[in-house]
Design a protein around this ligand. Structure first.
Ligand code: FRU
Length: 481
């Protein structure tokens, strides 16, 4: 049953134990629960938040509406990890319990400050006329998970933006703290603002200006901007909502894109010589990607494998959304590569050579090589008739296509059932991570990525090579998260 949207802002304390139990019983009935990806125990998960390193552990939060598959009153759920692969929920949930976040603790970032974790987030506040007041708020979390929110906002809505102003990302550049925030200007165009910590005090921020990054000014809002540095080059990740498809084509309701610059000039608020805009992910689901430079310098990212304003087959089971694997960014020949962190191999259990016909439990890793010049067709989540999630790798034509039209429950049909990209005609590798209802496909070690959800029927558990050639290894994966 669809969530009754009049309950989206019902206070948390009004949900009683019996209602919650009913929701959880419904969630438990789903055949599509992930085994090694983060998903919510109930309700809706969206953006990754506060991805950071603190207290000797990786810290990762996510946006959560606890009571059904709807975008309602949002909290942050806290998880930690020792290896960036196995994340545990700590039981800590940062709730919207302050006058500066009455209608949700919206997205943001985190960074260690002395022996506490500084949390920089958007407080979503609606007044009695339902007018939105976005506050960029701060809080400090100690090692026991105790959170103290600041009494006053760190940044209020600037005079030159609308109420669409959110998702602060703090980052360190040359020893100085900066933050970028997504927004909409008074001409209803998406912008990104750059702020600087005055005297390097993270409790005191001043605006530097609108970030110059070759903004084509066709988007109406930039959600979740993130600036990371790979080999000292700035990589700007963001979600330009409403981007004109003549600038760069995309198929999803909202795109997640990036640009690579040659350099970053914080005084001028400028990314120098920004590349053309690029699609971060060619699949059906990838949004609100959050990145940060880890203490060891690596640029790490994690994405929401979901999209705003889309209903999913699991909505009937009162939950929605998952996070991607953690990916490391690299630059090679000026191109951005995204690939799961090395520790991902620690999930491997048994291995066997890839065969043209395999039975699985839809939880596995597949490493394949497709020879230059071949036209190969591979079906994942295949039933006895070979219907499932079809991958067509046509190296003669130079195309890669994922078609989910025959794979179980269909949804988001307005946005098409296939996704494609161009490939060079060369020996091509595929790393495929399948997790019940999640697929992440990394072509040529992450040169192109296709992420998405698939909701197979009960009998769709096979792999079939229906055409062409592929060689490689199949790994069963350790289910324990
Ligand atoms: C992106 C987003 C953010 C916002 C959050 C609210 O998915 O809309 O801009 O902070 O989700 O949950």
């Amino acid at each position: 049953m669809a969530f009754d949207s009049s309950l989206r802002y019902r206070p948390y304390e009004d949900w009683n134990a019996e209602e919650i139990q009913q929701i959880e019983e419904n969630v438990a009935k789903s055949p599509w629960h992930s085994h090694f990806h983060i998903e919510p125990k109930r309700g809706l998960l969206n953006d990754p938040n506060g991805f950071s390193y603190f207290d000797g552990k990786w810290q990762l939060f996510y946006q959560w509406f606890p009571f059904g598959a709807a975008h309602g009153l949002k909290s942050w759920v806290h998880t930690t990890s020792e290896d960036l692969v196995r994340f545990e929920e700590t039981g800590i949930v940062l709730e919207p319990d302050h006058p500066l976040d009455t209608h949700g603790m919206y997205s943001g970032s985190a960074m260690q400050m002395d022996d506490q974790l500084f949390i920089f987030y958007t407080g979503n506040v609606r007044d009695k006329d339902w007018i939105r007041h976005p506050y960029q708020n701060g809080a400090l979390m100690d090692k026991d998970g105790k959170l103290v929110k600041f009494d006053l906002p760190l940044i209020t809505q600037p005079a030159d933006t609308t109420d669409h102003f959110r998702d602060p990302q703090i980052f360190l550049y040359d020893g100085q703290y900066y933050a970028i925030i997504g927004g909409q200007d008074l001409e209803n165009k998406g912008i990104i603002k750059l702020y600087k910590a005055v005297d390097n005090d993270y409790k005191n921020w001043e605006e530097v200006g609108d970030l110059a990054f070759g903004n084509d000014r066709t988007a109406y809002m930039m959600e979740c901007p993130n600036l990371v540095f790979v080999d000292n080059r700035p990589v700007l990740l963001y979600c330009p909502q409403g981007l004109d498809k003549t600038v760069l084509n995309y198929d999803n309701i909202y795109p997640n894109m990036y640009k690579i610059g040659q350099d970053f000039d914080p005084e001028k608020a400028e990314i120098l010589e920004p590349s053309a805009l690029q699609n971060l992910d060619y699949g059906f689901e990838c949004y609100a990607t959050q990145g940060f430079n880890a203490p060891d310098g690596r640029a790490l990212t994690v994405s929401w494998l979901g999209l705003p304003d889309v209903t999913y087959p699991t909505d009937d089971y009162d939950y929605q959304g998952a996070l991607s694997l953690v990916k490391e960014l690299r630059l090679q020949d000026g191109k951005l590569y995204q690939y799961p962190v090395d520790a991902i191999t620690s999930l491997r259990q048994d291995e066997k050579p890839f065969a043209a016909q395999m039975e699985t439990d839809n939880v596995y890793e597949l490493q394949l090589t497709i020879p230059k010049g071949s036209q190969t067709e591979l079906v994942l989540c295949a039933d006895a008739d070979g219907k499932g999630l079809k991958l067509s790798i046509d190296l003669q034509e130079g195309t890669f296509t994922v078609d989910r039209s025959q794979a179980g429950q269909q949804y988001a049909l307005d946005f098409g059932q296939t996704r494609s990209c161009f490939l060079d005609n060369q020996d091509t590798t595929l790393a495929i991570f399948m997790d019940k209802s999640i697929f992440e496909i990394f072509i040529n070690k992450g040169e192109k990525v296709f992420s998405g959800r698939v909701y197979p029927n009960d009998d769709q558990t096979g792999i079939r090579l229906t055409h062409g050639q592929a060689e490689g290894t199949f790994y069963t994966l350790n289910h324990g998260r």
